[in-house]
Write a protein that binds this ligand. Structure first.
Ligand code: NAD
Length: 299
């Protein structure tokens, strides 16, 4: 029965994740609120059904990959949502990045139907979704985690149990907050060095073998031309949208308020990406913060 898997939300990430499941021998039942999103998967052999409820009534393992909390709520608990069709003992895996409170609520709703909901956000982006090398950060009961681990390994190279429901989202949000902060730090550092007359390649190579080393500098440098094949080297197209970084830092902000933690750098990073969004950078990769800092100086 587990050969058939349900997949809901076939956007930038979901399409590739679902494709990997098909390629690795699963039958797929899929749904997306936009019918155009299911065309490719249908061509590859997936069966398209008209509601999330039907996905759940035809598969006991369902993966969801949706934009944000409200979409997850509608998809699970809405009038033709997953819960309406849920079979007992089903396992629902939500890989969207959302607030852990919504995750906990959905887990309770699933429990009332005799099912399990696991929060399971991913890191790695579209390229990793394509190549099947995502990292899954999973929150929820251990037994169900073990059961679905082999399934997630068909879409990722690392599947980590982070703790009870919500712990996957917590890990994801912490990572992305640090990423957002480090990218701004890298961008302003590179900008300063360039203004002081340093060659950006030389500066990056020194940082990357010194204590300032970080992923944003080494693998994803925000200065055009320093690293090949990253968004900075193609006018900040593709990659991880500034609006998504903004969403994740907003989640970090909410989590900080809820847990009484101070995140001064995370808060400032949130404001900076938000300014970018209101100045036309929203669809650009978040490393465009380098360009944003330069534009502010010239105006
Ligand atoms: P996307 O907007 O490209 O795809 C979302 C899909 O969900 C769309 O096809 C949309 O039509 C569909 N959808 C929306 N509401 C729906 C509903 N109620 N029922 C069914 N389908 C619905 O987003 P994405 O880039 O694939 O990202 C999905 C999630 O993964 C987000 O939470 C994002 O933060 C996270 N994420 C994204 C990346 C990335 O690099 N893109 C990386 C890691 C995590």
């Amino acid at each position: 029965a587990e050969k058939t898997v349900g997949f809901i939300g076939l956007g930038n990430m979901g399409t590739h994740m679902a494709r990997n499941l098909l390629m690795k021998g699963h039958s797929l039942v899929v749904y997306d609120i936009q019918s155009a999103s299911t065309v490719l998967l249908e061509k590859l052999g997936a069966r398209v059904v008209p509601t999330p409820a039907e996905v759940a009534s035809e598969s006991t393992r369902v993966i969801t990959m949706l934009p944000a909390g409200p979409h997850v709520r509608t998809c699970y608990a809405g009038s033709d949502g997953i819960m309406k069709g849920a079979q007992p003992n089903s396992i629902f895996i939500d890989s969207s990045t959302i607030d852990s409170d919504t995750s906990k609520e959905m887990a309770n709703v699933a429990k009332m139907k005799g099912c399990t909901y696991l929060d399971s956000p991913v890191s790695g982006g579209v390229a990793a979704a394509k190549s099947g090398t995502l990292t899954f950060m999973v929150g929820g009961p251990e037994r169900e985690f073990r059961e679905i681990q082999p399934l997630l390994l068909k879409m990722g190279s690392k599947v980590v149990h982070c703790g009870p429901t919500g712990a996957g989202q917590a890990a994801k949000i912490c990572n992305n907050m640090l990423l957002g902060i480090c990218m701004i730090g890298t961008a302003e550092t590179m900008n300063l060095g360039i203004k002081m007359g340093l060659d950006p390649h030389l500066l990056a190579s020194i940082i990357n073998s010194s204590s300032g080393r970080c992923w944003s500098s080494e693998m994803y440098n925000p200065v055009p031309g320093v690293v090949d094949k990253v968004p900075a080297s193609r006018n900040y197209e593709g990659g991880f949208g500034t609006f998504l970084m903004c969403k994740d830092l907003g989640l970090a902000q909410t989590a900080a308020s809820g847990s009484g933690s101070s995140i001064p750098m995370g808060g400032l990073a949130y404001q900076i990406y938000q300014m970018m969004c209101s100045k036309g950078f929203s669809g650009k990769d978040f490393s465009a913060v380098f360009q944003f800092l330069q534009e502010k100086e010239t105006k």
